[in-house]
Design a protein around this ligand. Sequence first.
Ligand SMILES: [Zn+2]
Length: 351
Amino acid sequence: MKQFRSTVIRAGLGALYFSGAHHLLRPIFSGVGAIFTLHHVRPPRDGVFQPNRHLEVTPEFLRAMLAHLHAHGIDVVTLDEVHQRLVERNFSRRFACFTFDDGYRDNREFALPVMREFDAPLTLFVASDFAQGSGRLWWIALEMAIAKAERIEVTIDGVACRFDTVTASAKQAVFDRLHDWLRNLSEHDLQHEVGALCVHHGVDQTAICRELCMSWDELRSFADNPLVTIGAHSITHCNLAQQSEAVAKGELAIGRARIEAALHRPVVHLAYPYGDRNAAGAREFALAAACGYKTAVTTRPGMVFPESAAHLTALPRVSLNGNYQDARILPVLTSGAATAMWNGFRRVDAA
Ligand SMILES: [Zn+2]
C-alpha cells in the first residue's frame, strides 16, 4: 500500500511538472507561503534496505531548494516572522520557513552550513528525552533489528507470525507491515514490542538516541547561532492523541519547560510528534494554544493561507521527502499544487 501510494505521488508530481499544471494552479493554491518539514540532512548512504529514507534529504537537495526559493524572490523567514505576517495580514511577499524535527546531529553537521550559505533561518524541534539521551527512536530501532535479522517473530492480534527477512525486499516488506502494525498500538504496547525485538536482535535503543541526536550541551551551542530557533517536540515523542488529556498536557508543557531550563531561552513554537491527523487533532490544537505556544505545526500537507491565521496551532507543512529528491519537483512543491491535490483542493484542514 505504501509503495502504491508512493508510486502515485511520484507519478502525480511528475505529471504535474510535465503538464505544467502547477503553473495554472499556482494563483489558487500557492497560498502565502510554505513551512517545510525536514528530518535528517546528510549525504546519501549505501545499502538497499533504507526504510526510513523518506526522512532524510541530502545537503545538495536542501541547497537546490534554497536556491530555487532565492531565484523566485521568496523570503526565507523564522517561525516568529510567519506568526507575525499571519497576525498582521502582511502578505506582500511570499515566504518559506524551514523546520527540522527531532534534533538530529546531522542538522548541525550538514543542514546548518547550507542554511548559512543563504543566511536562511531554521527551527529545530527538540524532543526533550532525545536531548537527554534516553529517547526511543523506535522506527530506527525497528530498521536496525530487521537489518540484522534473517527472521522476525512477533505476535500480531494474538497470532504468532514469523517473517523471513533475508533479502532486502523481504526486509522492506516486513518493515512496512510491522511499522503499520506498531503505529496502531498504544504507546505502551508499541514500546514493549519494539523493546522485545531490540533485546532479541541485539539493538541498543539508548545508543541509537545518543548517536543520532544532539545532547543538551550540543544544543546549547547550536541554539546560540542567530539563525537558529529552538522549538518543542514533546518529552517522549509519543502519539499525543492517544494519551489522556493530563498526559498530553504534560508532554506539551513539561517538554517545553525542560528545553527552556536546559537552553536558557523561551520556547514558543511546537511541532506535534508524527503530526498527522491520527496524532494531532482538535484536542491537541486547543491544548497547544492553552499551553501558550504561538504556533504549532502538524505534518498535514498544505501551504499556508491567510485563513491559517485563525488556526495558528494547526499549521500545515510541506514535507521535503527523501524519496523525491529531484530538482524538477521544486516548482511543484512551492506551487502548492501537490498538497492541493492531496487535500482534495481544500485550502485549510484544521479540524
Ligand atoms: Zn518527530
